[in-house]
Structures are given as C-alpha cells and as structure tokens.
Write a protein that binds this ligand. Structure first.
Ligand SMILES: Cc1cc2nc3c(=O)[nH]c(=O)nc-3n(C[C@H](O)[C@H](O)[C@H](O)COP(=O)(O)OP(=O)(O)OC[C@H]3O[C@@H](n4cnc5c(N)ncnc54)[C@H](O)[C@@H]3O)c2cc1C
Length: 289
C-alpha cells in the first residue's frame, strides 16, 4: 500500500485521478483503519490532514461553513454550532465516545455515507450543501441529493469534499435530534431522527416542518409525506399520530444484528412523535396531550 500526505486539494485530486479507484482518502481514520484491518487494504492511502483550509467553523453571511476536517468534538464544543445549529450539536454530542469524537471528522462521517451516520439527518433538515472538488472543477450539491446508497456519494472515487455550507434556520425555528441505540452514544444509531420546525408568526400553525431519518433506508432521507401532512396546520394529537405513522411507512429499514426492520419502524414512529411534540412545545409553548 502506498501512502501520501498531500499539502493541497489539487495535489490530493491528482493522486485520486492517478490511482483511479485504487486510492482511499483518510481523514480521522476511525472508519478507514477499521476497514483496513477487517476488510481490505486500498492500493494507496491519501491522508488529507495536512491540507490547510479544510478544518474549522466559520460564520459566513446567513450561515456557517464547516471544513470537512473539523472533528466531531470541535462541533460539540463550538459556540456557533451549539447556538445556531442545535440539531447538529445534539448529534455531535450523542456521537460515540470522547476518544472517537476527538478523532472522527464531519467530512469522514459524511463521505462514509453510512445510513446510520450521525450528522447526516441533521444536515438534511438544515438543508445544508456540500462543496465538492474534482480535478479541474468544483461544484455545490444539496445533501438531499448527495447520497446514492450505503458508502456511495456524488464524490464517486475521484472527488473530495471541501466544505459543508449550512444556512441558518428561520427565526423562531426549533429542532431536535433523537438517537436510539442500545448503549446510548457509545453505539451506532439503530434509528436517528432529526426534526426542525418553524411556526408561523402567531405560533398557531406549522409554517415549515422538516423530518430527517437515519439508519432506516439505504441513504438518510427526508420524510416528505409526513412533512406535507403537517405543513400549514396546527399540531394536534391526531395529526401528530398520523404524521409519525407516515414517517415510519416512508422508511425502508433492514433486519440486521442491531435490530429487526419492524422494530426500527416502530422506533421511527415513536421518535418522530416525540421530536415533533418536543419542538412544537419549545416553539409555541403549547403542550400536546
Ligand atoms: C468505536 C467507534 C464508534 C463509532 N461511533 C459512531 C457513532 O456513534 N456515530 C457515527 O455516525 N459514527 C460512528 N463511528 C464511525 C466513524 O467514527 C464516523 O463515521 C466518523 O465520522 C468518520 O470520520 P473519520 O474522519 O474518522 O473518517 P475516515 O475513517 O478517515 O474516512 C471515512 C470515509 O470518508 C472518506 N473521506 C473522509 N474525508 C473525506 C473528504 N474530505 N473527501 C472525500 N472523502 C473523504 C474516506 O475515504 C472514507 O471512505 C464509530 C466508529 C468507531 C470505530
């Protein structure tokens, strides 16, 4: 296995081009090193940690730009993320152990494209975008169309994620990230649900509702039908029940060692109900009974 530590994005991209599918990018290595040990060794390892400008969290007009090399712990301890992107902060806070959070990067979590990746459903509800670089071109893509299957993204084998652009949510919005795992944060999510709601100015109706589901389909997804059911209406107990059932039916989980598909669907329903009730109360002061 060959090893490179490029100093620039363009150097990394030429290596990806030269090794054409044989190369593996490594950031924190918490996924890659496990794969090398238990699955297969790539022909070439490209360590991107020495590339400057790929780490850190910066406020830009109307939002935040996050470098892909930013660690999960940096997200968790950053004031802007905590105050302005609480749904992402909650996911970072419930992410693995402190040792893993200190090493794992947000870019690695995204590019791994595991359906259970903790930061993915929060990025979907925040309507964040990925900045992608390929040899000779750059592009920007919403995360809603970035993932194409487990381990598969718009980057293919020759692209590099260079930034994550997250707009601020509308005034009065409230959000929540709910993770279900056997050993809490120490475990990869069996189900992860991210909710972001915005009430109208009178705090009577749901002006905007976004529901992101993780670990229950080949890619993270937005529960579009449940969102449409809720939009423009006040949250009532009956509507809450109907929307949560819709979110569960929009998921397509698998049976695996962590859970049966049936149990996962049941958890999607329960967490969606809980997340909507919680955010509605936080946004409007009204309790759903
Ligand atoms: C004990 C343990 C517990 C874990 N718990 C959790 C958990 O609770 N929640 C969770 O979501 N995950 C968990 N993980 C998985 C892992 O830690 C995360 O997916 C992590 O965010 C990966 O980041 P990394 O920097 O270590 O990625 P790496 O291992 O370096 O890379 C991961 C993938 O991303 C690619 N990549 C990285 N950066 C880029 C880039 N900028 N451009 C293009 N491709 C890139 C790599 O080629 C590779 O395919 C756990 C892992 C372990 C070992």
């Amino acid at each position: 296995m060959e090893y490179f530590a490029p100093k620039s994005v363009s150097e990394a991209l030429s290596l990806l081009e030269r090794y054409d599918g044989e190369a593996k990018v490594i950031a924190g290595g918490t996924d890659v090193m496990v794969d090398i040990k238990y699955k297969e060794e790539p022909g070439c390892l490209i360590n991107i940690k020495a590339i400057s400008g790929l780490a850190g969290i910066q406020e830009t007009g109307g939002g935040v730009t996050i470098g892909p090399l930013t660690t999960i712990r940096e997200l968790e301890t950053n004031r802007l993320v905590r105050e302005k992107l609480p749904v992402l902060w909650e996911a970072a806070h419930q992410f693995a152990s402190l040792q893993i959070r200190n090493t794992a990067t947000i870019g690695g979590n995204i590019c791994r494209a595991s359906p259970s990746g903790e930061t993915l459903s929060p990025l979907l509800v925040l309507e964040a975008k990925a900045k992608l670089a390929f040899s000779g071109k750059e592009s920007s893509q919403p995360f809603t169309s970035f993932f194409s299957g487990p381990g598969k993204t718009a980057l293919g084998t020759k692209g590099l994620l260079t930034a994550i652009e997250v707009p601020y949510s509308a005034e009065g919005s409230r959000s929540a990230y709910l993770k279900h795992a056997v050993r809490g944060a120490m475990d990869i999510a069996m189900v992860g649900v991210a909710i972001l709601i915005t009430p109208d100015s009178g705090k009577n109706n749901l002006q905007d509702v976004r529901i992101g589901l993780g670990a229950v389909a080949p890619t993270p997804l937005r529960a579009a039908k449940a969102e449409a059911l809720l939009r423009g209406k006040p949250l009532t107990p009956a509507l809450l029940k109907e929307a949560a059932a819709s979110a569960a039916s929009e998921s397509s989980p698998i049976d695996d060692q962590r859970s049966s598909a049936e149990y996962r669907r049941w958890i999607v329903e329960a967490l969606t109900r809980r997340g909507l009730a919680q955010t509605w109360k936080a946004a409007t002061g009204k309790e759903i009974v």
